[in-house]
Design a protein. Structure first.
Length: 192
């Protein structure tokens, strides 16, 4: 993976995939839990967005490591890296719980004939599945996964913010002059 793409750090480009898509998946998953009508239209899309965001996290690690090797050591960069390492397992668990929630919801809606056209293509008809879980077991898994999903969505959203804030501090600390101060050139001298 190159350190830069057309002069821009690859890490910055990949990180934007995470900081845009993961919060979108977090908000969408909360909506899926809270608004049953949204599940039919957006559950698979939410799962896809979460998957892409979670796959982008290791790519952000890889590109960030290459960028860090070219920068002077900094406690701000170390803090950003530490918080990012905490995000990876949290986002992975969030993605798995989202997949469980969507899967159980698909089974429940399949049994009641409330799938959309796309979902019908991938879900076998209820009669062809045979036994499977009882309605009571599905309801219990559904409720548990819904509660866990909301908690993990909030935790993941907060952690994305923390990682992004630490990254912004690492990138911009000392680079902006205070309000009212004269801007400086590359050598640190004030310009008129």
């Amino acid at each position: 993976m190159p350190v830069t793409i057309d002069g821009s750090p690859t890490h910055v480009l990949i990180v934007h995939v995470v900081v845009v898509l993961l919060p979108v998946a977090v908000l969408a998953s909360i909506i899926l839990v809270a608004v049953p009508a949204a599940r039919r239209a957006f559950s698979l899309l939410t799962l896809l967005v979460a998957f892409v965001a979670c796959v982008a996290i290791p790519l952000a690690f890889l590109s960030g490591s290459k960028l860090e090797a070219r920068l002077p050591p900094s406690p701000l960069i170390r803090r950003h890296e530490q918080l990012a390492h905490e995000l990876l397992p949290l986002a992975a668990v969030f993605g798995v719980v989202l997949a469980v929630f969507v899967g159980v919801d698909l089974i429940r809606r399949s049994r009641s004939g409330r799938l959309n056209d796309l979902e019908r293509r991938f879900m076998p008809s209820p009669s062809s599945r045979g036994g499977g879980r009882s309605g009571t077991e599905l309801t219990a898994v559904y409720r548990l996964s819904a509660a866990a999903l909301v908690v993990l969505a909030v935790l993941t959203g907060v952690q994305v913010y923390r990682v992004g804030d630490a990254g912004a501090r690492a990138a911009w600390s000392g680079r902006l002059s205070p309000a009212g101060a004269a801007p400086s050139d590359q050598t640190g001298k004030s310009t008129p």
